[in-house]
Design a protein around this ligand. Structure first.
Ligand code: NOJ
Length: 522
């Protein structure tokens, strides 16, 4: 088994993790200082959202140089220290890679606008439509048309996100070669893999056909969702691009390629690639996107996902990230404990978003403090991502030991790490118990998943490896519910259960989950 199969991934949003220099924004020395926490928590790899030079119009997802570190975050020397320190502590480092688009300040785009240095076709340039106006109806993910007019070229360029984030032309071999070299730059520095931003969007239709209207759209939805992205995402040729990136990571031993994919199960599994030569972990966001948090909906997702995995493919699960409302806000703090038990007992690599281990909730941001362009460009539709990006509260000291300055986003009301460490009943201590159980019990990390069922509000399944078996029984409801089967309690969301033996006729408390160990026969 590879480390990325047995391990747990932890996502750090660097601006909000820990600030070492008092400017109110987290940085690389801050991440280095925070690594001990990750070791204590029991995770195996840290995925770091972008730290490349950037004008920060999308907070780092607008990269102006793929082979350097933004001074806001530190230096390349800091990055090397981070990798060395992480490795010494037994942690892997996964870098966020943003290949779909650059910043409009990247020298490649400046060259392309000026048709110089052979970079004319490095971006997606098109003439105006015959009657004037944008060449297609394609829409930006951040409001408005996806075509920006450039006076210098007298042409439109395509931007799936902000006008300051022009899309690269991945049909151009020179772009492919340059991006592969950027990947090698970091692989040589010792990074253990990449999380690839918007992997499914990297190729657009070469015939530039209009996207069809979305019949389900209503005005409460983002303007981008007016159209179905039939010609702008999940195009067949994207798999060649992914295979090319995988070939680069495969030049180095034990590296991993993770793909960001907002796609339904039947589409996302195609990103494992032909003969498994795509992403090793195409992100499975089914739990992150789930509206109806119910035992039957989750049992259905697990069953369909397991059934659709191609042979040899390894599953993965995610509850949250820096783009979506936090799990504890979506389903409530008590149920978030059950969700943690679910995440850490399912078959497949779990990814934990920074602060989930504290049960962090979304923090309402007053209009004057809003930073996210998604909210600023389309206000009032709850599209803003600041609420899930608030700084990590390390202690209850002023500035929460996140910063000595003014934080770039306000703190929420979350209970700080230091306090939760002292409290055996805290979310943090539950998380730690669950990660250590997963580490100590290979059945949970690597065993098969069987008998997945919903029984009213109760979701249950078994994990088996050889003659070892664990049983997971989760009450997603707010009333007591009949348990299932028997066994010795190895973990519980509630106190007083661990170590007890349960046998027939037992009840789960509201929002309670338990992991039971079954003694091998004989
Ligand atoms: C996905 C990233 O996670 C998000 O934060 C970003 O705004 C878009 N891709 C554009 O890069």
């Amino acid at each position: 088994m590879e480390w990325w199969q047995t391990g747990i991934v932890y996502q750090v949003y660097p601006r909000s993790f820990r600030d070492s220099d008092g400017d109110g924004t987290g940085d690389l020395p801050g991440i280095i200082a925070g690594l001990e926490h990750l070791v204590w928590l029991g995770v195996d790899a840290v995925w770091i959202s972008p730290v490349y030079p950037s004008p920060m119009t999308d907070f780092g997802y607008d990269v102006s140089d793929y082979c350097a570190i933004d001074p806001l975050f530190g230096t390349l020397a800091d990055f090397d220290t981070l990798v060395a320190r992480a490795h010494a502590l037994g942690l892997r480092v996964i870098l966020d890679f943003v290949p779909n688009h650059t910043s409009d300040q990247h020298e490649w785009f400046i060259d392309s606008r000026n048709r110089r240095n052979g970079r004319e076709d490095w971006y997606i340039w098109r003439d105006a439509a015959p009657g004037g106006g944008p060449p297609t109806n394609w829409l930006s993910n951040f409001a408005g048309p996806a075509w920006g007019w450039d006076d210098r070229r007298g042409q439109y360029y395509y931007h799936a996100f902000l006008p300051t984030q022009p899309d690269l032309n991945w049909r151009n071999p020179a772009v492919v070669a340059a991006m592969h070299d950027a990947m090698r730059f970091w692989l040589r520095r010792g990074v253990d893999g990449f999380r690839v931003d918007v992997m499914w969007m990297m190729i657009k239709d070469d015939q530039f056909r209009d996207d069809p209207p979305n019949p389900a759209w209503h005005p409460g939805m983002s303007s981008h969702d007016r159209l179905l992205p039939v010609y702008t995402a999940d195009r067949p040729e994207v798999h060649d691009v992914v295979a090319g990136m995988r070939a680069v990571t495969d030049e180095f031993p034990a590296r991993v390629l993770i793909g960001e994919l907002y796609l339904p199960i039947d589409r996302l599994v195609t990103y494992y690639g032909l003969d498994g030569k795509g992403a090793q972990l195409p992100f499975n966001f089914q739990l992150l996107l789930l509206q109806d948090w119910s035992a039957s909906a989750i049992a259905d997702i697990i069953t369909r996902y397991e059934a659709e995995l191609p042979p040899g493919a390894w599953p993965n699960w995610v509850l949250g990230n820096h783009d979506r409302p936090r799990i504890a806000s979506r389903i409530g703090p008590a149920q978030a404990r059950v969700a943690a038990m679910l995440l850490l007992t399912l078959r497949g690599t779990p990814t934990v978003y920074m602060g989930e281990e504290l049960g962090m909730i979304d923090t309402p941001i007053p209009p004057a403090a809003v930073r996210d362009p998604a909210e600023l460009r389309e206000p009032g539709k709850a599209l803003g991502r600041d609420p899930e990006r608030t700084p990590f509260p390390w202690t209850d000291a002023p500035g929460h030991d996140f910063t000595t300055g003014t934080p770039w986003l306000p703190f929420g009301a979350d209970t700080p790490l230091s306090q939760q460490r002292e409290d055996a009943g805290s979310m943090l201590q539950l998380y730690r118990r669950l990660t250590s159980l997963r580490r100590a019990n290979p059945t949970l990390a690597t065993g098969a998943i069987t008998n997945v069922r919903a029984d009213g509000p109760v979701l249950r399944y078994e994990r088996t490896l050889g003659d070892r078996k664990s049983r997971v029984v989760l009450n997603l409801g707010v009333l007591p519910a009949a348990g299932w089967g028997g066994g010795k309690v190895a973990a519980s969301t509630h106190s007083g259960r661990v170590g007890t033996a349960l046998e027939g006729g037992w009840y789960l408390q509201p929002n309670e989950g338990v992991v039971l160990d079954i003694e091998p026969p004989g």
